[in-house]
Design a protein around this ligand. Structure first.
Ligand SMILES: [Zn+2]
Length: 117
């Protein structure tokens, strides 16, 4: 079965547009040293994901799906411009690669924790 651009296969399931829902959004002040360019970090957590699945999938998070489905919803809630620049980074949260996430070029210095189902 081939996927349309609006579909992404992840863990044997095919997700389609508007399939990802935000269950919780938490905003924390970051304690990263602020440079000239202030950026935030956005971490996505999958509700009910088992710790072992998270460990196993740490290097293959479905970030394209999240970029298409989650970020627009988050930007709307945070009242950020919908064209806010983001970049997926395996080392967004830690230099060892254990905490991948989006770098958000929003001129702030915050951590966004998005819980999705
Ligand atoms: Zn780490």
């Amino acid at each position: 079965m081939s996927l349309t651009p609006a579909q992404i296969k992840y863990r044997g399931r095919i997700y389609k547009q508007a399939a990802v829902r935000i269950s919780k959004l938490r905003v924390d002040d970051s304690h990263r040293a602020g440079g000239a360019e202030q950026t935030s970090r956005l971490f996505v957590w999958i509700d009910n994901e088992k710790v072992l699945d998270n460990l196993h999938d740490r290097y293959k998070r479905p970030w394209q799906l999240w970029k298409a489905e989650v970020l627009p919803q988050v930007f709307k809630r945070l009242k950020l411009p919908r064209d806010t620049l983001t970049k997926w980074s395996q080392t967004a949260g830690c230099s060892c690669g254990c905490s991948p996430g989006f770098i958000v070029y929003d001129g702030k210095n915050q951590d966004y924790h998005v819980f999705v189902s």
